[in-house]
Design a protein around this ligand. Structure first.
Ligand code: SAH
Length: 360
């Protein structure tokens, strides 16, 4: 393993402090920031604004590293999935979803997940640990490497134009590292992605929602999935700790200036949460919150005890919301042939590893 310290993942203040401790002036941090996050350079020798002798000295002590690529798969629909391996051999997945008007990178915040939502395959895998800021921002940088999207283009011309924190893990259980990574991504002199193009999805860690709004100001998505506590307790055990009334109260305080809305994700489970009475209760629940919905057809996995609602029922559910004035698109499952869809992450690699162990 490398002894050199990775400069990726340090906040701007941390990078400045690092350079000062290294005997350099603070402006070195500004130069490095540009090379690392605007130009995507990983080799100090290419950093032409820095003298050769200093380049060599930096290279002795530091590196600009990405997570190691363990596997990459591209779906017939253009979705791409990377399995990254970190220094301690833990792995996490990242997905790129190209659409007509945007390209969204879905990033993981933890290895595994502690939430144990009963419909989610990732939730059946034990949590190993939080990802560091370097590992979180590194996923996005490696995805951009994959499409050679350096230097940072203007927002309108980006292939990788949006980020959703919707991969493995609960981002608000790893708030500090997620916040550092997102601040790096939003920094105008580097990757410079607008906060309007970033969405953080949470199962509803109520005490952290306020901080997320005040400190980061990114879009918020809530994995709601049920309109009554009884069912939500069953689907998402976190609801026992933070029940719907508390969650809704926190969302009513979330800053939604500039006509920004909160997205409610709702996984469509046959005969569980998909009746039109549920749709009406859903609208009552979010009353007073600038809301839009994202209906997610359930993606089955081996051993799952749920079924996806039928297409006609999803359409009627969506239409009811739409007729009441809400945006309620049905999320098209993407990258299913490479197990890149919601709730399926990591399962493939974990399964292959389990099979390899069993064969030994
Ligand atoms: N922990 C965060 C981030 C994960 S986002 C959160 O809960 O929001 C992943 C999204 O996919 C969540 O909305 C999750 O509820 C949904 N999901 C999980 N398993 C799914 C499945 N099998 N089919 C469809 N959606 C699923």
């Amino acid at each position: 393993m490398s002894e050199r310290k990775n400069l990726v993942g340090l906040s701007r203040d941390e990078l400045t402090a690092e350079m000062v401790a290294f005997g350099e002036k603070p402006f070195r941090a500004k130069q490095l920031w540009h090379w690392i996050y605007n130009r995507g350079v990983t080799d100090f020798a290419v950093m032409s604004t820095i003298a050769k002798t200093l380049q060599a000295r930096l290279a002795e002590h530091y590196e600009v590293a990405r997570p190691a690529l363990s596997r990459v798969q591209t779906s017939s629909d253009g979705t791409r999935k990377w399995l990254f391996r970190f220094g301690d051999t833990n792995e996490a997945e990242t997905v790129y979803i190209p659409e007509e008007d945007r390209g969204t990178v879905c990033i993981s915040s933890q290895v595994g997940c502690t939430l144990t939502c009963t419909f989610c395959h990732t939730g059946t895998q034990r949590l190993v640990r939080n990802l560091s800021a370097a590992e979180i921002v590194g996923q996005f940088m490696a995805a951009r490497d994959s499409y050679a999207e350096w230097p940072t283009p203007a927002d309108e011309t980006r292939l990788l134009s949006n980020i959703v924190m919707m991969g493995m893990g609960e981002p608000l259980f790893n708030y500090d590292n997620v916040a550092t990574a997102l601040r790096i991504v939003m920094d105008g002199e580097g990757i410079a992605l607008s906060k309007r193009r970033i969405t953080l999805s949470t199962a509803g860690v109520v005490p952290m929602i306020r901080r997320c709004g005040e400190e980061l100001g990114v879009n918020l998505a809530i994995s709601l999935h049920a309109v009554h506590d009884e069912l939500r307790d069953h689907l998402m055990p976190i609801n026992k700790k933070y029940p719907l009334a508390e969650l809704m109260a926190a969302l009513r305080e979330y800053p939604t200036y500039n006509s920004r809305r909160i997205t409610f994700e709702y996984v469509m489970l046959k005969d569980v949460n998909d009746s039109l009475a549920d749709a009406r209760a859903l609208m009552r629940l979010v009353k007073g919150i600038p809301a839009k919905f994202n209906l997610i057809p359930f993606n089955p996995w081996p051993g799952s005890s749920f079924e996806c609602s039928n297409a006609e029922q999803i359409r009627r559910f969506s239409e009811l919301l739409f007729d009441a004035g809400y945006a309620a698109p049905v999320r098209q499952p993407r990258g299913q042939d490479i197990l890149a869809a919601c709730g399926q992450l990591k399962s493939d690699s974990e399964r292959r590893r389990a099979a390899a162990v069993a064969a030994q």
